[in-house]
Design a protein around this ligand. Structure first.
Ligand SMILES: Cc1cc2nc3c(=O)[nH]c(=O)nc-3n(C[C@H](O)[C@H](O)[C@H](O)COP(=O)(O)OP(=O)(O)OC[C@H]3O[C@@H](n4cnc5c(N)ncnc54)[C@H](O)[C@@H]3O)c2cc1C
Length: 461
């Protein structure tokens, strides 16, 4: 428990963002109430208001570590419930990015552990733990809007969706964790503030997912990813989940449609997956109906750039930034926002929104920028960006090419992609030099049929 900052905090939305925020607030406010409009299942289950939960969700190794910091015992609890672990073993994972297959057949040098919970399972584990905190309460009711007091330029609570006089609930701090469909921009305008500037990229992602039971013993992998590329705009991710089935998600980028049925998924797998995985998938039994989801735009609302913002409210999670989901980072980035919130509250309650927005800008910028570079250069996305984004994207493509046969570079990529190491994906000049050397070595070998010293295995720094 930190220094008490107030009596009551309210969180709108009990998805991953809201639950993480509630956990942090419980250290600084006597009571935390989370309001959720959607029906919440008793166990792990899909929810109407979180349609993305039906599609595969990668939990990055960094996200797992951050969630564990918030909810000690979470990872052990997930494993006890059957959630697969990705250990540092070469046959756990088959990973392809932008048309390059990376790091197969090698063990990583540094420790690497990741977990593969389904999205509904992870949310349920976190919900159970958040609601076990004595001063956190969840109420199943929608919030109509924050309760704004113009004289103080401050949000003083929330107005619940009931319409009667008693619908106001006072709070010292309100957290908007209502996801990327947040109405905060509209409310800000109503209260006489301006909307936050928005950065966005038209990524035109179209998801199609089937749950599949693949007979035991056919696959050692637990994660198979074949990202989309310039020439192959449809990608595929398969994750082996705690229920013993596989979530198989395909996604079109740049408005290209994904497969519409299991036969089309198998045909795509034949084209882009390692042959033994495609064969195993064909032997699988598709379960239930396919799920579809459109994700037209990645979007970052730049609250960090606002010079005037009401006191008493903070946007959180996807309500601030919604990343292209095919990179699998949203939940992990939300866990980093929770770390930022904890650091901000530990320093007191002056300008909470401003300090949090600036801290979140620091953690968001490198990941957002690298995604934009990848989207514009390699995934046929469109949007306003500096001229050098596409150049860097082309260099990155070369990097991935080198990483196909260079385990050190593949590990460098995997650790940053998992957000474990620096959030910056831009290789240092030293690493760049090594990529160039490596590619030149390959070129010379191709041309002259001999190995030059230039092609000595590279070590990354
Ligand atoms: C297709 C897709 C695939 C994804 N894949 C990945 C992945 O592989 N890895 C990853 O890390 N992330 C992924 N993400 C992102 C991830 O789902 C989100 O980052 C994560 O759910 C956190 O979101 P959130 O809690 O901020 O908002 P949401 O999950 O959108 O939840 C918002 C909550 O607020 C509630 N709510 C809304 N309005 C009100 C109201 N007025 N009153 C009360 N309650 C309200 C809703 O009912 C809901 O429960 C993906 C996203 C999409 C769209």
């Amino acid at each position: 428990m930190g220094k008490l900052l107030g009596d009551h905090a309210v969180v709108i939305g009990a998805s991953l963002g809201g639950l993480c925020a509630a956990r942090v607030l419980s250290d600084y406010y006597s009571r935390v109430t989370v309001y959720e409009r959607d029906e919440l299942p008793d166990g792990p289950g899909n929810r109407a208001a979180v349609p993305q939960g039906r599609h595969v969700h990668l939990l990055m190794a960094r996200g797992a570590a951050e969630f564990e910091k918030l909810f000690p015992g979470l990872l052990e609890g997930m494993v006890a419930a059957g959630v697969p672990i990705l250990e540092n073993r070469p046959d756990c994972i088959s990973f392809g990015a932008a048309g390059h297959v990376l790091g197969t057949g090698t063990t990583l040098k540094d420790p690497f552990t990741a977990y593969v919970p389904s999205r509904p399972h992870l949310e349920w584990q976190i919900r159970t733990r958040a609601l076990a905190i004595p001063n956190v309460e969840l109420i199943r009711r929608g919030v109509a809007e924050p309760w704004y007091e113009p004289a103080e330029e401050r949000v003083i609570g929330v107005l619940l969706e009931s319409g009667d006089e008693s619908s106001g609930v006072a709070a010292d701090l309100v957290v908007d964790a209502t996801g990327r469909g947040t109405r905060l921009p509209v409310w800000l305008e109503q209260w006489g503030f301006r909307r936050a500037d928005e950065e966005s990229f038209d990524v035109g992602i179209d998801y199609a997912t089937h749950q599949v039971h693949i007979p035991e013993g056919l696959l050692k992998e637990k994660v198979v990813v074949a990202g989309a590329s310039r020439t192959q705009p449809v990608g595929l991710g398969m994750l082996f989940y705690e229920d013993g089935n596989w979530g198989v998600t395909t996604f079109g980028t740049g408005k290209v449609p994904p497969p519409q049925n299991f036969a089309e998924i198998c045909a795509l797998a034949d084209e882009i997956l390692p042959p033994h995985v495609a064969v195993a998938l064909r032997k699988g039994e598709p379960l239930g109906e396919m799920a579809f989801h459109k994700y037209p735009k990645s979007r970052w609302r730049r609250y960090d750039k606002m010079d005037r913002f009401p006191a008493g409210i903070i946007p959180f999670g996807d309500a601030v930034v919604s990343f292209n989901p095919t990179y699998g980072q949203g939940m992990t980035m939300t866990s980093l926002q929770a770390g930022n919130l904890a650091a901000v509250l530990a320093d007191g309650d002056v300008d909470i929104a401003g300090r949090l927005a600036r801290a979140t800008k620091k953690t968001t910028w490198p990941v957002w920028t690298m995604n934009a570079i990848g989207d514009l250069a390699l995934h046929n996305a469109t949007g306003d960006a500096p001229w050098w984004y596409v150049r860097v994207g082309n260099l990155f493509d070369q990097f991935l090419g080198a990483a196909e046969t260079n385990p050190d570079l593949a590990e460098w990529f995997l650790r940053r992609f998992s957000l474990l190491d620096s959030l910056y994906m831009v290789p240092s000049p030293r690493v760049f030099a090594r990529i160039v050397r490596h590619n030149m070595g390959l070129l010379l070998r191709e041309k002259f049929g001999r190995t030059r010293k230039l092609d000595d295995p590279v070590r990354t720094g």
